[in-house]
Design a protein. Sequence first.
Length: 209
Amino acid sequence: MRAKTFIMIFGVLLYSQGLAQAIDFYNNGSIVDGNNFQTVSVYDTPPNHTTVTMYGGNVGYFDTFNESILNIQGGTVTEAIHAQNLSTINISAGNLIDELWVHEDATINITGGVFPNGWWVVDGYGTINISGGSLNITYTKFYGGHSVNIWGYDFNYNSASNLLTGYLSDNSPFSMNVPSLRGINLIPEPASAFMLGLGIILARRKLSK
């Protein structure tokens, strides 16, 4: 009995100190400063949708399944993020290095965070919504019925270099290497849309005189 108790306490200590190599979430949870996981998997427990929030710490790989929800509000992801099935990942802060994969009908919403040298793949009917953050995406592979929606302004696409640049809604510059604009929706943020509309109206008035 004492041996079992010691093993249980030792396991809790390992977990609390963030020394575990992998962890599976079937219920709501969080990842905080001091946690260090090589792999984190998030699963649903129907009828509830498991929600995990990362506030800090370090994770190598994230895998989300079913209709689970992952919120990344801090910390560092060093290897890859895989969103699968109908899961949703909301990224508002943190350092996101290397690979981002969106499979099937999963969705990733990006309003912040740092992507210094990204490598993105979207397949199936996966969706990425981008309105903020620091993005330097050097490789992309989009196929299937994917949708990449970008809110911002001053968009420019150079078909010779396959480089899409501009500013996001939070005024952060971004660059993304994309083979084409198929499946990419560039959505002017309100001020830009207003100025564009105003410019069209003024041009029409000038021509009518």
